[in-house]
Design a binder for this molecule. Structure first.
Ligand code: ACO
Length: 346
């Protein structure tokens, strides 16, 4: 455990936000790199060497949706907290893979939880979605607006991969499906909970990692031509994303560490968004963190976008890798470009 001082701005009327519990769920179907090599020209060796991924979980085609996975993750978090869904007073749902153009996925999760009336906010900041959501939830809880908030990152990305198209391998080998959930509330002690968050974006890079259509920028908003030109699939300039990710995540976290007087040796655990193991190795090196200060699970789940941080959090919380009083650092980078970080006294 580090020696970082508690939040100097703490006051009982504006308590810190603490993680009450976490949960996660991934679909049963495990897809290996060799499975992918059956329809894309790729190999286990290429994928492991460039990305570190060995397996990912995909839903059955036409099977579970994001809110189905989110429901199971939420139920696991509720059970761990010994809470009934009726005790929740807000839902924040982060995704890049919405079930429908509208409404957002949060209300589908709300319905499945059997809740009515409470707000359900959708966060559409892709890989940074969980940390953007955490920042909003932290502000609400500190201000006293809500006391029990369910924050979910949920993704079903496998339907949007181009299995029948050679270029589909570029993105297809990276993504996995899954959901992670956290229940957050006011901390009783001044020295625990979310110490701070920071958020960034740079829209100049919006088109470097995106789905061009369908969308209301186009008329008609979806067309046969769009389908033929494969405009409904994600496109990524991989090297550009890599270059920015390895700079922006350490920059964001270093700025937050400086603001809170945290040194590299104070950090008990870093969980970075699981986009690529090579990115995360470089981020850890730039932050001067040892291997034992860092947790990665992309090897088993691939890139689950907004779900990757809460899935890793729950694994660490349940396995004893993350203990009460530990100083936890979180950081993410993704489409937008957006990036973010957080420091949490667990
Ligand atoms: N299997 C086999 N070969 C492949 C594959 C594949 N899956 N993908 C590309 N290749 C080939 C290319 O065609 C190219 O062949 P060529 O040299 O004959 O032209 C060669 O491998 C190198 O291709 P690059 O795209 O230059 O490969 P790179 O080393 O950049 O690695 C990668 C690609 C892994 C995608 C890397 O750029 C990366 O990790 N970028 C960041 C990705 C990322 O983190 N995205 C965020 C995800 S999105 C989000 O989280 C919202």
């Amino acid at each position: 455990m580090g020696t970082v001082p508690s939040n100097p701005s703490w006051n009982p009327l504006m308590p810190n936000t603490e993680f009450i519990s976490t949960g996660f769920h991934v679909p049963e179907r495990v897809v290996t790199n060799n499975d992918l090599a059956e329809f894309w020209e790729t190999s286990d060796e290429w994928i492991q060497e460039r990305c570190g991924i060995q397996t990912r979980h995909w839903t059955e085609r036409g099977g579970e949706t994001g809110s189905d996975l989110g429901l199971k993750a939420a139920q696991s978090a509720l059970e761990r907290a010994d809470m009934d869904p009726s005790e929740l007073d807000c839902i924040v749902y982060a995704t890049l893979s919405p079930e429908h153009f509208f409404p957002g996925g949060g209300v589908f999760l709300q319905k499945k939880l059997g809740l009515t009336g409470i707000p359900a906010l959708d966060v559409r900041n892709q890989c940074s979605g969980f940390l953007y959501g955490l920042s909003v939830v932290d502000a609400w809880i500190r201000s006293g607006q809500y006391r029990r908030v369910l924050l979910v990152g949920a993704e079903v990305q496998s339907p949007a991969l181009e299995y029948d198209y050679p270029e589909g391998r570029n993105i297809g080998v990276l993504f996995g499906d899954g959901a992670g959930a956290a229940i957050l509330g006011p901390a009783e002690e001044s020295d625990r909970g979310v110490l701070g968050t920071n958020l960034f974006s740079d829209g100049r890079f919006a088109e470097h990692l995106w789905v061009e259509g369908a969308g209301m920028r186009r008329y008609p908003w979806v067309s046969h031509e769009d389908l033929e030109n494969r405009k409904l699939y994600p496109r990524m300039e991989g090297r550009e994303v890599f270059k920015h990710a390895v700079n922006r995540m350490p920059e964001a976290l270093s700025a937050l560490m400086e603001e809170h007087g945290v040194k590299a040796e104070d950090i008990d655990l870093l969980i970075a968004h699981q986009a690529n193991l090579r990115i995360n190795e470089m981020v850890a090196r730039r932050l001067k963190l040892r291997d034992d200060q860092v947790y990665n699970n992309i090897q088993r789940y691939g890139n689950t976008t907004a779900a990757s941080i809460p899935i890793a959090l729950d694994e660490c919380a349940r396995s004893g890798r993350l203990n009460r009083g530990d100083l936890l650092a979180l950081t993410a980078f993704g489409s937008g470009f957006t990036w973010a970080s957080a420091l949490v006294r667990w």
